[in-house]
Design a protein around this ligand. Structure first.
Ligand code: ATP
Length: 834
């Protein structure tokens, strides 16, 4: 009865169907239905805490004078975030959508920890539905435990687990856990980990199910258990190995080489604009070898430039340090002998010993998507001195990690260098009160464009814009325009992308709204994000000595909430994220049946991974979603290739990027070589760029004297406004190509062409943003000679080669931009030297 051999997944699937439900199983099924009736009531009860949160929030909001979610504060339109794949709100710029009600909870509220009794009762209550669930059978089946064996084993495990949960040892440590005749070894329930999961995870039942599954497998493959039930020996051995491979609970045993070193951590903690990075970089500048790692290409680029130019603290004599730049999609090598590297955190090397490493924004260690890279850096860097910069919230988790690794930790705390004040008044909804040096913050692209239009109309001056879907180069250029005095661009309209990586001369931050559309509903921005954005006002060194930053809201009803949020403490980062890593996935793949699809491999890892309570698994869902796009190619891709493609930076919300990705993979599989031109052909992204370029050539740029006289560039036509999302998609598709070209260089040979096309896209995005419609032009300059409608029509009719010769955009401007964006005016070695 227990000797079913391992079947291929498809066969096993059929086996389940063919078997149907055994009599016992049918009885279980009925029981299970009964259980699910009960659980409907229970579900409602379980939902109560959330209802409680909502009630708390609503009463909290009403205490604040009615500033609660769901009330329309007259804010901007509420379409999806900047990268809404369908593009602009078709209602047109400037029209505002009503705010959808938000029933979310305050983002920094943590649920109180359950008592041991509550946790015990929940685990007991949820055990039965788990035992009788088809999903559990499927999970066991995918590991090779057939339905009959599984049913019998689960039946007995239920009693063992309940006795263990009810025993006096529960929560008191493994050594005291009750031992029973059926489980003569300790069942170890990770009370601390489950408690943290209950408090912080939206779907904490996943942690409960993971705990049941691991406990079940440990019990089912234990020597003495198998003595009674005898699962086939090879299966027992294999499952034990699977359990071992997915056991990442001993942090100290990871990254052996790093464990052999005694590393000193310096944790620089403080609010925004307090000099944390400045001080950490000072240490790096003095080091013979070292690296800076940040979350954004923008930040890596800034440090790269500052190191080379010698504008980092400690290098003020102007003597720069040679520093190379390495990000996922570009390499800028100043010297092959350079001791320093500036990179994005995913690109850190764990093989090279270094003197000093600076890791920025360390609070991102708790980010479910990217946090794993920060955790790897903390655990695996072979550096004597590691400087971590970030928020106070990260201190407990770093203390736990460093203690587990036996390294040394020194904490440096900083205060803000310039005061930041919440202003007494909002703008009362009146955008004509916007002043030079203001940054108005909204959280959707259409909201940003609507605000820009209105502000420009009211003030008669142009605004810079920054939002997440814009390429970093375009964001830098917009920041430069805003910071540069005397060009008439003194106001910025931005999304939360303004909160990180840009050095801006902002005097006052004005929140148009404190909520953001998360794809399903309007949610209050996290306190951390609101603080980070607010902290951009009054940046040290950008204003006169003694000046302070100001923060307010556009609408009066949002101001009390802002006033409450800014001084409130942030929730500590509860755990560091751990990602599976290729090696571990490869080991696991060898232990699963050969035909196991990649998505199932990821799922199995997620279902079984065991971590220390200081850690949580990285979210694998995005990778599973991405791997679903690869389904048609799985037979042709090795696991390594699947992991490479499955971890590629694909924006799944952007349909055009998704289809470019599919084209890349298809060409990779079918041709072995991905030629950029043909891979991008179907998306019509390049013709869209060419259309914008063609229009740009027909439009006049005011000369210096015309600008002095108050002339502004004529706005782009509506057709070109709607081309902007296509430019953003093209940029993302090109970044993706470049990313793949660094990992599979022989198969993605068009790196240079991709870089050039990316640059053309950036130049056109700058062009479009500069000329978004909205600003009233001065009388007399409305239809200047080259910009008249008649002339535009004539130009439209001209043959393409004639148009090519017309250089309406001054050549120097493109050259300057090109130089700035590509090399930051620094000499870099050509690609073929690398
Ligand atoms: N001692 C100093 N002397 C001169 N400039 C300084 C000093 N400390 C900080 N600065 C400048 O102040 C600004 C803010 O410093 P820094 O970027 O280090 O702050 P931070 O705490 O890391 O803030 P954020 O997280 O917002 O980036 C930077 O422009 C930095 O160069």
């Amino acid at each position: 009865m227990f000797s079913r051999s391992l079947l291929a997944p498809a066969e096993r699937q059929c086996h389940i169907c063919a078997l149907g439900l055994s009599r016992q199983r049918r009885a279980w099924s009925i029981a299970s239905r009964q259980v699910s009736t009960t659980t409907a009531v229970e579900k409602q009860q379980r939902a109560f805490p959330r209802e409680g949160d909502r009630a708390t929030y609503e009463s909290y909001a009403s205490r604040l004078g009615g500033a609660h979610v769901g009330r329309n504060g007259g804010g901007g339109s509420r379409s999806g975030p900047g990268d809404n794949p369908r593009g602009f709100d078709q209602r047109g710029l400037g029209q505002r959508r009503s705010r959808r009600p938000n029933h979310g909870k305050l983002p920094n509220e943590t649920k109180p920890a359950p008592t041991l009794e509550q946790l015990r009762n929940t685990l007991i209550r949820r055990l039965e539905p788990w035992i009788y669930s088809e999903t559990t059978l499927k999970k066991l089946d995918s590991l090779g435990i057939g339905i009959e064996d599984a049913e019998a084993l689960l039946n007995d495990f239920q009693g063992v687990a309940i006795r263990s949960l009810k025993g006096p040892g529960f929560g008191a440590g493994a050594s005291q856990t009750t031992e029973t005749p059926e489980a003569p070894f300790a069942l170890e329930w990770d009370v601390e980990g489950l408690t943290l999961s209950f408090q912080h995870d939206a779907d904490w039942m996943k942690s409960v199910e993971r705990a049941y599954l691991r406990q079940f497998l440990r019990w089912a493959t234990h020597e003495q258990t198998t003595g009674i039930f005898s699962l086939p020996e090879p299966l027992v051995v294999r499952i034990r190995e699977i359990l071992e491979t997915t056991d990442l609970s001993h942090l100290a045993s990871q990254f052996n080489e790093a464990r052999e070193m005694h590393r000193q951590f310096h944790l620089h903690i403080g609010p925004t604009n307090s000099g944390k990075t400045y001080n950490a970089l000072k240490a790096l500048a003095k080091a013979k070898t070292g690296a800076y790692a940040g979350p954004l290409r923008l930040l890596a680029h800034e440090v790269w430039e500052r190191m080379n130019r010698g504008t980092v603290g400690g290098l003020e004599d102007g003597q720069g340090r040679e520093c190379n730049l390495i990000t996922g999609e570009e390499r800028r090598i100043v010297s092959l002998e350079a001791g320093l590297t500036s990179c994005t955190v995913e690109m850190l090397s764990f093989n090279t010993p270094l003197d000093v490493v600076v890791i920025d924004e360390i609070q991102m260690i708790g980010d479910p998507q990217r946090g794993g890279s920060w955790t790897n850096a903390v655990m695996g860097l072979l550096a004597k001195e590691i400087h971590l910069c970030g928020e106070e919230t990260v201190v407990p988790v770093i203390q736990k990690l460093v203690a587990a690794m036996g390294d040394e930790l020194v904490i440096h705390r900083y205060e803000r260098l310039t005061p930041l004040k919440v202003l007494n008044e909002s703008l009362g909804g009146d955008l004509s009160k916007v002043e030079d040096g203001d940054c108005v913050v909204s959280f959707s692209r259409s909201g940003i464009f609507a605000l820009k239009k209105t502000i420009e109309e009211k003030r008669g001056k142009r605004c810079a814009v920054v939002y997440g879907a814009l390429p970093p180069e375009t964001r830098s250029e917009q920041a430069r325009l805003f910071n540069e005095p005397g060009n008439g661009i003194d106001v910025m309209v931005a999304s939360d992308a303004v909160g990180m990586g840009l050095n801006l001369k902002i005097k006052r931050i004005i929140f148009d709204t404190l909520h953001k559309w998360n794809g399903k509903e309007e949610v209050l921005m996290s306190f951390s994000q609101i603080k980070q954005i607010a902290g951009r006002a009054g940046r040290f060194g950008q204003h006169d000595a003694g000046s302070e930053g100001g923060v307010t809201t556009l609408n009066e009803q949002d101001l009390p909430l802002l006033r409450q949020i800014l001084p409130s403490p942030l929730t500590p980062v509860p755990r560091a994220a751990i990602e599976p890593g290729y090696d571990r996935l490869a080991r696991l793949a060898l232990l699963l049946p050969e035909e196991t699809p990649y998505a199932n491999l990821l799922e199995t890892y997620e279902n079984l991974v065991h971590l220390s309570p200081a850690c949580m698994p990285s979210a694998v869902l995005p990778h599973i979603k991405l791997s679903e796009l690869l389904k048609g190619f799985t037979k042709d891709l090795t696991l390594k290739e699947m992991v490479t493609f499955g971890f590629a930076p694909v924006n799944l919300r952007d349909g055009k990027v998704v289809s470019a990705f599919q084209n890349y993979v298809s060409a990779y599989v079918n041709e072995g070589e991905v030629l950029l031109e043909s891979a991008l052909e179907s998306g019509r992204l390049v013709p869209n760029l060419e259309l914008v370029e063609k229009t740009s050539k027909t439009m006049h740029s005011p000369t210096e004297s015309e600008t002095r006289a108050g002339a502004v560039p004529s706005p782009i036509p509506a057709t070109i406004v709607t081309a902007i999302p296509g430019l953003e998609s093209l940029h993302k598709a090109l970044v993706l190509y470049l990313w793949l070209s660094f990992r599979l260089p022989l198969n993605f040979p068009d790196r240079t062409a991709a870089s050039e096309l990316k640059l053309r896209t950036e130049v056109m995005l700058d062009f479009c943003l500069e000329r978004l419609p909205g600003l009233k032009r001065k009388r007399g300059l409305k239809h200047n000679k080259r910009g008249s409608k008649a002339e535009q029509a004539a130009l439209e009719a001209m043959p393409r080669d004639t148009l090519e010769k017309i250089k309406w955009i001054p050549r120097e401007k493109i050259d300057t931009l090109k130089h700035q964006q590509q090399y930051g005016n620094l000499d870099v070695l050509p690609d073929d030297r690398l």
